[in-house]
Design a protein. Structure first.
Length: 389
């Protein structure tokens, strides 16, 4: 277990003990990223956004546009002869107000490059490459965000880059002391950046000037969630933090049973979050009390962000190793046994779940299917892409 203890020391787990095999498997993938070099088999952490009737997906080989209703692929980027950008770990981001039809921003892992794709008038129209930014020193793993004409994204070189969306020029950069995997969060004129260096930073949006920082006990890969004037996020020491955005002080902490990685989901005053050991919590952040008598136990490791159905009655959680989606009744805190049925070869689910009006989308790895759509009501598989799988 020495390799895992060394990893825990690096990432800041204050209570690292021998983990179940499923958690060890999950963090084996993390370890490959920490020391990523040549000759590794990339598996990718796919990402998806749903925009109206179109899905924009980044996976191992391509960024693609798909029909949300049928799974039909409209286009793929890059072309077959341009392989340097592969694989993709960072979820695409849409800047809807830039250009005639919006700009899709994607970040390549191996080539350390951000690409801006000018979308066409229809989803089926192949986009034009608008610009590239290739000055980062590390791989892009986390997702970026758009604010005030800037694209903000963290990198494996420990920096956050602010790029002008119009032309890809660098507005500013800010250096932390370790990798940045969490998505920057923008509130008014402030950018909040969480780093694996055990720190949350508050930066001025237009200049990148540091306003304050707060140190925590472990590395932070979780994207913070805003509730009122507070940010909520967890770290690899198993703690969940409430941080006042005005003062940069920790107001309150909650200790989970295992490392916290997946970004939480906020519904009203209830924050839903899962630790990597498979325990799912519902926390009333106004009362600072757990809603359920005990965490719901999912029989798998959890890395991806959960998702809610439309009325908030069901919370969906993806199991990493077994590749199953679990539906939790948010009122009772119990698993919905009638939702879904086991797939013959589900693969693994490291990525965030995404829900639409009637469908839930998953992004399995290590199987031929790259995107799957399930009915929200019953969990039945509607389609799989590539089609025919």
């Amino acid at each position: 277990m020495s390799i895992w203890r060394n990893l825990a020391d690096r990432l800041g787990s204050a209570r690292f003990t021998a983990k179940p095999l499923r958690v060890v498997v999950l963090f084996a993938a993390l370890l490959l990223l920490v020391g990523c070099g040549g000759g590794l088999r990339h598996e990718s952490w796919p990402g998806l956004i749903a925009v109206g009737d179109t899905l924009y997906v980044a996976n191992l080989e391509h960024v693609q546009a798909l029909s949300a209703e049928t799974g039909k692929v409209y286009w793929s980027y890059p072309s077959e002869d341009e392989r340097a950008a592969r694989p993709f770990y960072s979820t695409p981001v849409l800047a809807e107000d830039v250009g005639e039809n919006g700009v899709l921003l994607v970040a390549g892992f191996s080539d350390r490059t951000v690409y801006a794709l000018a979308l066409g008038a229809s989803p089926a129209e192949r986009p034009d490459e608008l610009w590239r930014f290739a000055e980062a020193g590390g791989q892009y793993v986390g997702t970026g965000t758009v604010a005030s004409g800037l694209f903000l994204i963290g990198n494996g070189d420990g920096k956050v880059y602010a790029l002008n969306i119009e032309d890809g020029s660098k507005a500013w950069e800010f250096a932390t002391d370790d990798r940045v995997w969490a998505t920057p969060v923008v509130v008014d004129d402030t950018v909040y950046v969480a780093s694996l260096d055990h720190t949350l930073y508050a930066l001025e949006l237009q200049t990148g000037t540091e306003q304050w920082r707060v140190d925590v006990d472990g590395s932070v890969a979780m994207t913070p969630v805003l509730a009122g004037r507070d940010l909520w996020f967890g770290d690899f020491s198993s703690k969940l933090y409430q941080v006042d955005t005005q003062s940069g002080t920790i107001s309150w902490t909650f200790e989970a049973e295992n490392w916290l990685w997946a970004t939480p989901v906020l519904d009203g005053s209830v924050l839903y979050f899962a630790d990597v050991g498979g325990k799912v919590y519902a926390l009333d952040i106004e009362r600072r009390e757990l809603v359920w008598d005990a965490p719901v136990v999912v029989d798998d490791a959890v890395r991806g962000r959960p998702a809610l159905n439309g009325d908030g009655s069901l919370l969906f959680v993806a199991g990493y190793e077994k590749g199953a989606v679990y539906a939790i009744d948010t009122t009772t805190g119990t698993l919905r046994q009638s939702w879904g049925s086991p797939l013959e070869n589900p693969g693994r689910l490291p990525s965030d779940l995404v829900t639409g009006d009637q469908r839930l989308y998953t992004l399995p790895i290590l199987v031929s299917a790259r995107v799957q759509a399930f009915s929200l009501a019953a969990g039945e598989l509607i389609w799989s892409s590539p089609q025919g799988d």
